[in-house]
Design a protein around this ligand. Structure first.
Ligand code: PMP
Length: 359
């Protein structure tokens, strides 16, 4: 039975990745043991970490100035780890949605936070491009894709200040000049792998700059210690790391990020086009800020929700409900979601419109 999976996260992964990772749980590389039964310090597993690290660098075109870490605690732990390691006095943040707000809340526990832009008054439907980053802040933090409301930064500022970016919901979905970032983090459960692992990509030279001797960083919170220990300071999420390796191989075999970007843009364009032209639906995001990963939309007449929900659920579409804070609908159209699922959803929306035209 074909299921069209629009879940926001954990979410769809390539079928072949799921098949291979499931096989590794039963029998890892013909060893007679499960991936879950071998030591994270065994040569076999160290090879997996090494290979995954190389693949991240290759796919993102990053050199050895960057360290790649596979940590736990989700993107949420990064909200604290970042200021713990990087904030001396003050950092600048963009308030572009729920997750950005959470990052700001944690950062405030470590020092001063300057909000350069807040989309709050516009219900986060827009991301400003006209803000000034003060040159004396320790870093600038932004969220490249706002998973809940469905906005995405298409351009990033030029600045001498280190740029820190939460890419949890659009990592590996498009080609960017990744060298412009000093720190990128992303929890794995959207475009990459199973939940329980966070990829952190750090330009090593930004560490160790806190001047005030204000804090002794606990070991697990210290990026330098993780770099020294190559992500096995403690027992990492072996399954999620292995599955990331498989996804990165899949990305490479597809032709890399520029190929995926074109596919993702095409899927998003088709869906936004339908929302804009269908009399029953609307999208509230400023056009230039619309996300290619999370497409949010609403029925203009809320009274039709029950009927529409019944219709798409009957057609084996899953995960289309909007976030619990927002309501409406959200189609998460990550890398692994096939074009045919988007086309299928569009057909359902068209059919719903036809039904109501006839009424
Ligand atoms: N940032 C963004 C942009 C997210 O979408 C999410 C999760 N949906 C998070 C952070 C939090 O991730 P986690 O649940 O892994 O802590």
């Amino acid at each position: 039975m074909k299921i069209h999976n629009f879940n926001a996260g954990p979410s769809i992964l390539p079928k072949e990745v799921i098949r291979k990772s499931a096989q590794s749980v039963i029998d890892f590389n013909g060893s007679g043991l499960s991936l879950l039964e071998i030591s994270h310090r065994s040569i076999d597993f160290l090879e997996i970490i090494e290979k995954t690290t190389c693949l991240v660098k290759q796919v993102m075109n990053l050199n050895d100035d960057y360290a790649i870490l596979f940590l736990q605690g989700g993107a949420s732990l990064q909200f604290s780890m970042i200021p713990y390691n990087l904030m001396d006095q003050e950092a600048a943040y963009l308030d572009t949605g729920f997750w950005a707000k959470n990052a700001i809340k944690e950062a405030r526990k470590f020092g001063k936070v300057k909000i350069l832009f807040s989309g709050k008054n516009q219900n986060y439907t827009h991301i400003s491009k006209h803000y000034q980053i003060p040159c004396n802040v320790d870093y600038f933090h932004c969220t490249s894709n706002n998973t809940i409301v469905g906005t995405q930064m298409k351009i990033f500022p030029k600045t001498s200040v280190p740029i820190v970016c939460d890419m949890s919901s659009d990592i590996f979905s498009r080609k960017l000049n990744f060298c412009q970032f000093s720190l990128i983090y992303a929890s794995a459960q959207k475009n990459v792998s199973s939940a329980g692992m966070t990829i952190v990509i750090i330009k090593k030279n930004i560490l160790g700059k806190i001047k005030r001797n204000i804090r002794n960083i606990p070991s697990y919170m210290d990026y330098k210690i993780h770099i020294q220990n190559k992500s096995i300071l403690n027992t990492p999420n072996v399954f999620s790391i292995y599955t990331s390796m498989l996804t990165l191989e899949w990305i490479k075999n597809k032709g890399g990020l520029s190929v995926l970007e074109k596919q993702n843009q095409h899927k998003a364009k088709l869906l936004y086009n339908e929302i804009d032209n269908n009399n029953l639906f609307e999208n509230k995001i400023h056009e230039e800020d619309r996300s290619d990963m999370n497409v949010s939309f609403f029925l203009k007449d809320k009274k039709l929700e029950k009927e529409f929900n019944k219709m798409w659920k009957k057609e084996n579409i899953v995960g289309l409900e909007g976030h619990r804070f927002l309501g409406g609908y959200r189609a998460s159209i990550y890398n692994a979601l096939p074009l045919e699922s988007v086309q299928f959803l569009i057909e359902i929306m068209k059919e719903f419109e036809r039904r109501h035209d006839r009424k």
